[in-house]
Design a protein around this ligand. Sequence first.
Ligand code: CDP
Ligand code: MG
Length: 734
Amino acid sequence: MDDLQRNQTTAQQAQSLEEWEVNALRDHELHSSRYFQLLESRRRLPVSLRRQEFLDVYHNSQIILVSGETGSGKTTQIPQFVLFDEWASGKKVACTQPRRLATTAVATRTAAELDVPLGEEVGYSVRFEKKLSRMTRLKYMTDGLLLSEASRDRNFSAYSCIIIDEAHERTLNTDLLMALLKMATSRRSCLKVVIMSATLNVEKIQSYFPGAATFEIPGKVHPVEIHYLSDSTPRYCYCAITVVQHIHENMDDGDILLFLPTSGDIEMVCSILRKRYDEGLKVLPLYSALSRAKQQEIFEDSEYRKCIVATNVAETSITIDGIVYVVGEYLHNFFPWKVGIDKSATDSGLEIRPVYNPRLRMSSVLTCPISKASAKQRAGRAGRTQPGICFRLYTGQTHDTCFIPSAPPGILEGELASQILLLKVMGFESVGTFDFLDPPHPEVYLCGLQDLCAMGYIDDRGTITPKGRIAARLSVHPKWLNAFMEGQKNGCLREMIDLAAISSTQHPIFSRPPPARFAADIAHQRFACPLSDHISQLNALHAYESAMKTNNRLPISQWCFDAFLNRRALSEVVRIRDQLLTSLQQELSYTKEICGFEDAEYDTHIRKTLARSFFYQCALKHPDPFATIYKTVHEGHTAGIHPESALTSERQEWIVYSEFVSSGIPYLQTVTAVDPAWLIDLDFFQDDSLPKTENGDFKQPLVKKSLDKARKKNDSVEEDLISFEELDLNATWY
Ligand code: CDP
Ligand code: MG
């Protein structure tokens, strides 16, 4: 490696290093036999056949756009080509992914390809979890994490090259990174940037980087025969099972990839298929909540035909060899605030997506149709190594008339408050004029500013406050800083940190598998607090932690199973919480004040703290004692309390809520009953607080209603009270 000169290496030089018996990256070690097996298959990838052409382009340009079919070797090979070429720089190479699952999977694969232990020369870093060391030279990471590194160093000075992968997905974080890298490259001429994408929507990105070089990987794509249903069906899971059965029993060899929207659907279909074929078909689920070991199983060889049942994560970011049949449903699930969104090749055509509605100020989880581009991409998974067949569990007409051409970029759909704060902390004062690939919707942008102002993170001129600077550095959503500060005052900081950790896990801690909903609800009653879902969550977490500590005969996995709690989510909560504690000790002078369980005021402290930190998310009940409808004080929207809430039987007048969700019917989720006396003195409820926008030019009243007015308004709820069925949320969608 010592002979390699930065940006002057040839493919031949690198290849002969790779063929050595000794590992060039660790010169005292011999290569394993698996290494040479992997090397042989890597050399056959389309991108490896063009290594020299890639290097020629790379040497002569600062920004390079790489496009190629999925499976051509972009994610695993290009970072290695760059690593060899940049070795002499002594700096790191970063490769970003939009999803956590993909980040860890490709890091594991690349470490194996380079024959190094994961976490040494090759490592990864995702939120709340990393495998890195001082030796790490190639770092796979989520786009969100690189973004938070950028808030500390706008020049990306630890890196010689940054590779942005899956740029076609246009996540909010990827878009922001591209904007920051565009600026950083003009300041640091030695920083190289590679933007990689599947062959979708490349033109748009090209026009954003005018001087950039392009490199296309020609891919062999085999023809894929596409079949549609003649009639649409709501029972897509059963339909999927029938199709898989048909393929398995009647069609030639070849693995099956089935796309379904939710992990619940996936588990149900897997268990039915497993019962039906205990031999002869290897059924494997794939979604982000699975353990790493289970996720890794999909890559293992099997003597039987494999049937992988996945969310949309298998659409572009994870490539599984040997897929010949794709079956797909047309909805997909998107989760708000969660990193690591999963999608799924029997194409069902559905996905869930979080859509931010600036007027509701809330992300809603929606199950909605995938785009035409996604459907094409899913079908393409069947034609990688030989001609394939795709069964779409929807009609041709649905595809033609209901699917949008491609999914809108995340920046047009997401909530922006934390991103605006991040840009402000980096010194970009006027975020409104920032050079984005697609500028955000002005209304979403304005809401972001208003929320930051209400939280006290920017002042009325739009300048970041000292508190805002701390909030931007938190590894959880910035809104939690207020809860931590308030919690410290009220002696329940520890509980607020627990709640912040719970809200940051990818998956809910309460498990409600569809076939056992009733049993789950009964099991959850032992944790339920009639006044607060937040406290119910804390009760479950504390019960889990004491079950971990006590040396009882029951293994913890069985304990969680019996209690219908999600063990993986809980252990993630504990990990996140411990990390938060450490970082808070540094950021806030956190003193270990823990409110004891014996304190009679325990619940009250917590509810008061929640009220005073999430006051802008409070709602008031309709005056009719039998009504179940609440109206949000801030924006005056009507919603019910989520049926899973422990509060449904208790009718509380004032509540604060964590999420405004909608899958047809609008619901307030994770709610806590509060006393209005805790709220009355807050600025938010005074009439004369009229903050301005960041330019100070158009004054926009932040809160138009005082508490009294809110009460009056509530009296008039009756007039505009409509039934849930009539509530047309789409009408308020922008
Ligand atoms: O990024 P792109 O879709 O172009 O391809 P890639 O992810 O680099 O995958 C290239 C090849 O590596 C695929 O054909 C997979 O078979 C293999 N691979 C694997 O076996 N296990 C992984 N975790 C990732 C990739
Ligand atoms: Mg890739």
